[in-house]
Design a binder for this molecule. Structure first.
Ligand code: NAP
Length: 328
């Protein structure tokens, strides 16, 4: 398998695997106390994991200003240090948060806020440009988003960003952003349990990268989750909001999802892969445009996820077998 991808027509090259930096932001919450992070993290371990990923050939890192209310960007910036020039950094804007109290306080789709957010992200990441700047408001008004797309073109001309994307699961919205010359990608949900055929088709038609969030179904596909296994109180999966599928309030993973993961285990682990590596391999087989961005919290997870790259994509026969098992 080709282990490199290009982000749209921008000429920006990335490893076919990126690292998702949500969990390493640590704890943060909504104003009504809903946890929005993945529980406590050890920043030193996060830094070591990022550096290990660099050594293993990973050149793409996805974060957001709001992850850990600014903390993820700071940790990523610190971990990259002088190696910043060797990698492609993606971050997001649109959510409003309080860094002191680590609280999400709202959303802002105004152009003025976009410029303020960009300035703040550059500072936290300790860099002079963002490679891929992404609108984090998945359901934003398309007319407003068209204005933000044009503003992103201005940011490109000013040298503040190199390309941009919308993080959305709606192909019609993604197409609005794609009308901009430097729109390079769509970030959207995709994993072997949650296929996204329309979005893959759109990315292939328009030549955009398909950056896949939650490629491990928020940890379910790694095979580590057991029925009834409780999650830490500060972990979003312990009190899943409506949009978060596969977990139940207070009791961990949904047994129906675990049964599907179990049913796929033999195919995903064939050829010596771990289940998580098999889940990434499915995404690479699904489209030549995909760039999965699994989350991580330790050096061990970083090594296992980066190790998937050299094992490549599943075969068409394995993909067909998965469709048969899932009744697709
Ligand atoms: N709206 C958006 O734009 C949006 C939304 C969601 C995600 N994202 C992006 O997508 C990235 C990835 O998605 P995600 O964080 O939702 O979940 P994911 O990648 O599907 O799952 C990540 C989690 O799986 C577990 N894991 C990872 N590697 C493992 C390994 N090798 N062995 C065992 N367990 C492993 C870890 O959690 P445990 O160890 O706790 O099980 C890890 O935090 C995020 O970090 C973020 O950058 C963006």
């Amino acid at each position: 398998m080709e282990t490199k991808r290009t982000l749209g027509h921008t000429g920006i090259g990335v490893s076919a695997l990126g690292f998702g930096c949500w969990a390493i932001g640590g704890e943060w919450q909504s104003v009504d106390g809903q946890p929005l992070g993945w529980g406590k993290v050890d920043d030193e371990e996060s830094v070591r994991a990022i550096r290990r990923a660099l050594d293993l050939g990973v050149t793409f890192f996805d974060t957001a200003d709001t992850y850990g209310a600014g903390h993820s960007e700071r940790v990523l910036g610190r971990a990259l240090g002088k190696r910043r020039a060797d990698v492609v950094v993606a971050t997001k804007w649109g959510n409003v948060f309080d860094e002191e109290t680590r609280t999400l306080t709202g959303a802002d789709d105004s152009p003025e806020y976009a410029r303020r957010a960009l300035t703040a992200s550059l500072k936290r990441l300790d860099t002079d440009h963002i490679d891929l700047y992404q609108l984090h408001l998945s359901d934003a008004d398309p007319a407003r988003a068209a204005e933000l797309r044009d503003l992103c073109e201005e940011f490109v001309r000013e040298g503040l960003i190199r390309g941009y994307a919308w993080s959305t699961d709606d192909p019609a919205r993604a197409a609005v952003f794609a009308r901009g010359e430097h729109c390079a990608a769509v970030q959207h949900m995709a994993n072997v349990l949650q296929d996204a055929p329309e979005m893959f088709a759109l990315c292939e038609e328009l030549g955009l990268a398909s950056v896949n969030r939650s490629p491990l179904a928020m940890g379910l596909l790694t095979g580590r989750r057991r029925s009834g296994q409780a999650l830490e109180a500060g972990d979003i999966r312990s009190r899943p909001p409506e949009w978060l599928k596969g977990f139940e309030d207070g009791s961990g993973a949904d047994p129906r999802w675990l049964a599907r993961v179990d049913a796929l285990k033999d195919v995903l682990t064939s050829d010596g892969r771990t289940p998580g590596q098999g889940a990434l391999a499915w995404l690479w087989a699904r489209s030549p445009r995909t760039v999965p961005i699994p989350g991580f919290r330790s050096v061990a997870q970083a090594e296992q996820n980066a190790g998937a790259l050299e094992m490549g994509a599943l075969t068409p026969g394995q993909v067909a077998e998965i469709d048969r098992i899932l009744g697709r």
